[in-house]
Design a protein around this ligand. Structure first.
Ligand SMILES: NC(=O)c1ccc[n+]([C@@H]2O[C@H](COP(=O)([O-])OP(=O)(O)OC[C@H]3O[C@@H](n4cnc5c(N)ncnc54)[C@H](OP(=O)(O)O)[C@@H]3O)[C@@H](O)[C@H]2O)c1
Length: 252
């Protein structure tokens, strides 16, 4: 059985970094890089020989494509990284039903379905990493669907880490604050956007892999995210939300 790691959102900042790191691991023979853009996937394959490209849109029928492939190959899945995600900042009322549906699919149902599909092919020591966010620590007005979806993924991950203890499979929820990737717009209506405490993809991925190897259910990279985790626990949620809105108001 081929020892495989599966990474969704492989063509973006954090996903691409995971691919680079995992490709160096001796116990992984193939890295399945899941993405929508054939061109970006081919570029990734050219730089990492262990990469096998899987062209799939997980907001559409992508999960079925991955499931079919898994059934055909019957791999030993050593690692699953649910990294693909979408964000939307603005009024909830401006989101169309289609946008809401596809948002929930990419950020919530796709990672849940993928875990269910992969688990029968995982064994003792296999690892799942779900990329949540520090936005999961409290509700974020004007980033409402995103913070809610990330809270879903974090809570699911932590619960499954307990459920899967008897199989010695770990589930780690990765919760960064701002990360320097293409997901973050650099300006809005001509105004430059500041991201306090922004960290690199190297920091996020190295810490996530370390925490996962220790069997931790949470990985919170960087001082800012760690501080914010504690702050949002001890401060009334209404105050945390008010401060958040005050900080982003100028960009809305
Ligand atoms: N950047 C941050 O500040 C930050 C902070 C906390 C958590 N996160 C989380 O980290 C994860 C990775 O984000 P990133 O910052 O690396 O952003 P990114 O560079 O925009 O990468 C997002 C990845 O998700 C993929 N994706 C989006 N929709 C998809 C779909 N329907 N089907 C398949 N793939 C899809 C994108 O593929 P395409 O190339 O095809 O678009 C891309 O590879 C996300 O879950 C995000 O929520 C990010």
């Amino acid at each position: 059985m081929t020892k495989v790691a599966i990474v969704t959102g492989a063509t973006g900042g954090i996903g691409e970094k995971f691919i680079q790191r995992i490709s160096l691991m001796d116990d992984i023979e193939e890295v399945w890089a899941v993405g929508r853009s054939r061109e970006k996937l081919e570029r990734l394959k050219a730089s990492c020989p262990k990469v096998m490209t899987v062209e799939a849109d997980i907001g559409e029928d992508g999960i079925d494509i991955i499931e079919e492939l898994i059934k055909q190959v019957s791999p030993d899945i050593r690692m699953l990284i649910n990294n693909a995600g979408v964000a939307y900042m603005g009024d909830f009322e401006k989101m169309t039903e289609d946008k809401i549906r596809s948002f929930c699919k990419v950020n919530c149902s796709a990672p849940s379905e993928l875990m269910a599909i992969c688990l029968p092919y995982m064994h003792e020591g296999s690892k799942i990493l779900n990329i949540s966010s520090a936005s999961s620590f409290q509700p974020n007005p004007y980033l409402s669907m995103y913070s809610a979806s990330k809270a879903y993924l974090k809570n699911l991950s932590r619960a499954l880490n307990v459920e899967l203890k008897n199989r010695k499979i770990t589930v780690t929820s990765v919760c960064p604050y701002w990360v320097d990737t293409g997901m973050l717009p650099r300006e809005r209506d001509g105004k430059k956007i500041n991201y306090p405490g922004m960290v690199s993809t190297d920091l996020v991925v190295d810490k996530a892999l370390k925490d996962s190897s220790k069997g931790k259910d949470m990985s919170v990279p960087g001082f800012f995210a760690q501080y914010f985790r504690i702050y949002s626990k001890i401060t009334p949620t209404s105050i945390v939300m008010k401060q958040w809105v005050a900080g982003i108001r100028k960009y809305l």
